[in-house]
Design a binder for this molecule. Structure first.
Ligand SMILES: Cc1cc2nc3c(=O)[nH]c(=O)nc-3n(C[C@H](O)[C@H](O)[C@H](O)COP(=O)(O)OP(=O)(O)OC[C@H]3O[C@@H](n4cnc5c(N)ncnc54)[C@H](O)[C@@H]3O)c2cc1C
Length: 437
């Protein structure tokens, strides 16, 4: 682009490079080039990579390296100006966003069109001790910390003569039996089994407790597959307790809502998400914390501001009266719709309402098992495993990452998981308050 065309370009600023923001940036740039539309796309994101979150449990379980699931923005989005910075405020009248860069400096970026896709953070409840003592699973930092934590705790258990203390070290409590919590417990179980085999102790001495207030695990996959998942989890010795949550959390134990006291030093809270805190600072209408948008993904009264993904309450045209659930599946498709509608707002193409029917879910449950319901076909066991892994390889938006993940899968077939803890992430960095920062 010449300096002249750059200065005349419509400035599109995207906040957040997750599934929605990444897809929007890629598609706006590509479609603008094809249609000779003069836009300059700037992507301001807290991380300089797009995180493929569905594979975080595999990172926590020591199956995949964190770099495999992080897609570098500067190497995948040619033509997009990527700024690694955390947006702190949005000036809707002055049309600029303010961000804090990697060096702690504050700067502003002006926009003609603004796309808000900062995603979500873990939704916490007012449970005593939860914020202080539990961990989440939304970032590579948390996934790495969890892996280290499990290996460290198992090591400490092996070193003590005190059986009560060893029990504390060898117990993991995970709250949330939807896909994130269920995949996580399966991967951590596999890692613990590996340690037990190599260190010659009984794997059943490592106790995993999975809690959920719902009546079943993974209701998203339907009754039949949900029962299968429950059977497999219990066969693996996972203590699944439904209609149960946490009453309180301490450094060395939790109390469940049924009054049971469980000694543990590892508690994971994976029970839902809420919109990124940036949304609450906008002074715009929200629904359950998510920014209200129309079916065209534009904010009512602000036709030059768009939002999508976990941060936005997008009307679900397939289920009138509800909003789309916070899933990657919707975020990716909303990213595509954002591109079309943002370009339509500058005169290229026609805007369309967002509509997408659920294509099902794939859930990897560790060694030899998965469940999947692609387009309504219910699969479990090895066929589901093949579909699940194939789906992730297909969906990862960069060849090198696909290759690395595929190698991780192949290695998993004939080699043991590496029992390595780096200890590079501190407990403070893995706390909930570090999310959305
Ligand atoms: C462990 C786990 C497993 C999951 N598995 C599945 C699955 O199997 N299938 C499925 O459909 N969904 C799954 N999900 C849900 C899915 O990850 C989310 O729905 C999806 O990531 C939402 O996309 P998004 O673009 O809205 O936000 P995100 O992908 O969360 O991206 C948000 C982006 O905004 C950036 N950001 C945040 N705050 C700021 C700020 N202030 N300034 C600048 N940038 C900022 C972040 O760095 C990030 O790049 C899973 C989630 C988790 C945590």
């Amino acid at each position: 682009m010449t300096t002249d065309s750059l200065s005349n370009a419509v400035r599109v600023v995207i906040v957040g490079a997750g599934f929605a923001g990444f897809e929007a940036a890629e598609q706006i740039t590509r479609k603008a080039k094809k249609s000779n539309t003069n836009v300059a796309v700037t992507l301001v994101s807290a991380d300089d990579f797009m995180l493929y979150t569905p594979l975080l449990p595999e990172v926590a379980g020591g199956l995949l390296d964190p770099r495999f699931v992080a897609v570098p923005l500067n190497q995948t989005l040619p033509g997009v100006d990527v700024i690694a910075g955390r947006v702190e405020s949005v000036d809707l009248d002055g049309k600029q966003v303010q961000y804090v860069g990697r060096g702690g400096e504050t700067a502003v970026v002006p926009w003609d069109r603004l796309v808000l896709t900062p995603g979500s953070v873990t939704r916490l409840f007012d449970i005593p001790g939860l914020r202080e003592h539990a961990l989440g699973l939304k970032s590579t930092t948390e996934a790495l910390y969890l892996r280290d934590q499990l290996l460290r705790e198992l090591e400490l258990a092996s070193q003590t003569e005190d059986s009560a203390l060893a029990e504390q070290h060898r117990t993991v409590v995970i709250v949330g039996a939807s896909y994130a919590g269920t995949e996580l417990v399966s991967q951590m179980r596999a890692l613990a089994d590996e340690v037990a085999e190599k260190r010659h102790f009984d794997p059943s001495s490592v106790r995993f407790v999975l809690l959920d207030v719902a009546k079943q695990v993974m209701p998203e996959v339907g009754d039949k597959l949900s029962h299968k998942v429950l059977d497999v989890l219990r066969e693996r010795g996972i203590d699944v307790r439904l209609e149960t949550s946490l009453e309180s959390v301490s450094a060395d134990h939790v109390v469940l809502t049924d009054g049971t006291r469980v000694p543990t030093r590892t508690v994971v809270w994976a029970a839902g998400v809420t919109a990124n805190p940036l949304i609450a600072t906008l002074g715009l209408p929200t629904e359950k914390g998510r920014l209200k948008v129309g079916t065209d993904l534009a904010v009512d009264g602000h036709p030059d501001v768009f939002a999508a993904g976990d941060a936005a309450a997008v009307p679900d045209l397939t289920e009138p009266g509800s909003v789309t659930p916070p899933t990657a599946q919707h975020a990716i498709r909303q990213g595509k719709a954002l591109a079309r509608n943002v370009l339509a707002s500058v005169g290229t193409g026609t805007a369309k309402p967002y509509k997408h029917s659920n294509l099902g879910l794939v859930v990897d449950l560790g060694p030899g098992f998965a469940v999947a319901n692609p387009v309504g076909v219910h699969l479990s066991g090895l066929p589901a495993k093949a579909v699940t892994r194939g789906y992730h390889l297909f969906s990862l938006p960069r060849g090198v990452n696909r290759w690395a993940v595929a190698m991780g899968y192949v290695t998993d077939v004939f080699a043991d998981r590496s029992l390595v803890s780096f200890g590079t992430v501190t407990g403070d960095e893995a706390k909930f308050y570090a999310q959305g920062r």
